[in-house]
Ligand binder design. Structure first.
Ligand SMILES: [Zn+2]
Length: 112
């Protein structure tokens, strides 16, 4: 399986998004509301395996932290910060690549 590794992460609250540059050269602009809505944590998703969109109005992120060598966590503007976003999961949330991955609700499973 191909590995996705972010080499630069920029929180762009003015654009309501997070920009990630990947090791394969691809740039993702991930809308903050989309990240929050597909937060994979158990609190947001329960214990189902299929990801469901969580309606939200979160457009701000205060910080991002590396989790081990495989994931990022975000401090969202609404105070939520328990989601562990695996690199591959983040990559599959890129709206510009939805043709490649499919709709997140079909393409993603909880991998926490
Ligand atoms: Zn969550």
């Amino acid at each position: 399986m191909k590995e996705f590794v972010p080499i630069a992460i920029k929180i762009k609250n003015d654009d309501r998004a997070v920009e990630i540059k990947w090791s394969d050269g691809h740039m993702s602009l991930l809308p903050t509301q989309r990240l929050r809505g597909y937060c994979p944590c158990a609190e947001c998703q329960g214990h189902k395996t299929q990801i469901k969109w969580q309606e939200n109005h979160t457009h701000t992120i205060f910080g991002a932290n590396l989790v081990g060598r495989y994931a990022l966590s975000f401090q969202f503007g609404d105070g939520h910060q328990t989601g562990i976003f695996r690199f591959e999961y983040l990559r599959k949330l890129d709206p510009s690549e939805e043709n490649r991955w499919g709709n997140p609700e079909e393409a993603l499973v909880c991998l926490t």
